[in-house]
Design a protein around this ligand. Structure first.
Ligand code: J9T
Length: 269
């Protein structure tokens, strides 16, 4: 996989060159290239932005530097790559998730175009459609100053799914979002810490009981924190004990809601 990032803040992305990406790069499976957009601005001040046609607040990124930087990324595309993918981080994009990370891990060449200011002149994105597959992507429903942090999130999530790039393939197979439920809680030594005990079942050596306990904890957590994921979970994947637990959780939730309503009424009363 080749990643290109074109940005006016390459230093934001520099930490990726160390840590995790260092290992992934050594494996030869990942190749990261940072390009400073200002290297393609040729006036005295290396200007990359200008005022918007039609008026309005803020500045717009000029098309010429982006055009040249994208030309360079195309020229450096690996021979094996089909049309490279151009990811434009934007709160208006499709929402990034673990499935998207899996799909993107199969690509040969991804170019990221994180924008600052009010965005990039739209003609750049129109032209890019002729040379790239263009994909606007959001990392969640909130707004950032620029797309750089979103690029870091995506590169990290994608890189750990590239076979051979991480060196820990087993933990991937067991993973939280892939299974459609949140992870169970984990514990290590000491068995007592600040008067808190590790759940005894984990010390029992009973592998069946441990597996059941972990499954129950996954379901309880997912029910409490991510009811949307419980709803989306394939019905045929619930076993008998799962269904019994879900029943209990629903009953408990109803009772809690009733108690809350009654407390509200009596305080209003
Ligand atoms: C400027 O970019 C953003 O604000 C951004 C990018 C990607 N995802 C978001 N949620 C926001």
């Amino acid at each position: 996989m080749r990643f290109d990032v074109i940005t006016i803040f390459p230093e934001y992305l520099a930490p990726l060159e160390l840590s995790l990406m260092g290992k992934a790069r050594e494996s030869g499976k990942v190749d990261l290239h940072l390009t400073n957009l200002r290297d393609f601005a040729f006036d005295r001040h290396k200007t990359v932005d200008d005022t918007p046609y039609g008026g309005g607040a803020g500045m717009v990124m000029k098309p010429e530097p982006w055009g040249l930087a994208l030309d360079q990324a195309l020229a450096n595309s690996p021979a094996s790559a089909r049309e490279p993918l151009l990811i434009v981080p934007s709160p208006a994009g499709a929402v990034f998730n673990q499935q998207m990370a899996y799909d993107l891990a199969e690509e040969d060449h991804i170019v990221f175009a994180p924008a600052r200011y009010e965005g990039i002149d739209e003609r750049v994105l129109d032209w890019a459609e002729t040379e790239f597959r263009v994909l606007p992507v959001s990392i969640g429903d909130y707004v950032l100053y620029g797309g750089e942090v979103a690029v870091m999130v995506m590169i990290e999530a994608i890189t750990r799914l590239i076979p051979g790039a991480m060196g820990n393939p087993e933990s991937l197979a067991e993973e939280s979002h892939t299974g459609g439920l949140l992870e169970y809680p984990v514990y290590t030594k000491p068995a007592t810490w600040r008067d808190e005990e590790v759940p005894p079942v984990l010390l029992s050596g009973n592998h069946g009981a441990i597996a059941r306990w972990r499954r129950d904890e996954q379901i309880k957590r997912t029910f409490a924190r991510r009811p949307d994921m419980v709803k989306a979970y394939p019905a045929e994947n619930w076993d008998k004990k799962d269904r019994k637990l879900l029943q209990e959780l629903h009953t408990e939730q109803k009772a809690a809601k009733k108690a809350e309503r009654e407390a509200e009424l009596s305080s209003e009363g």
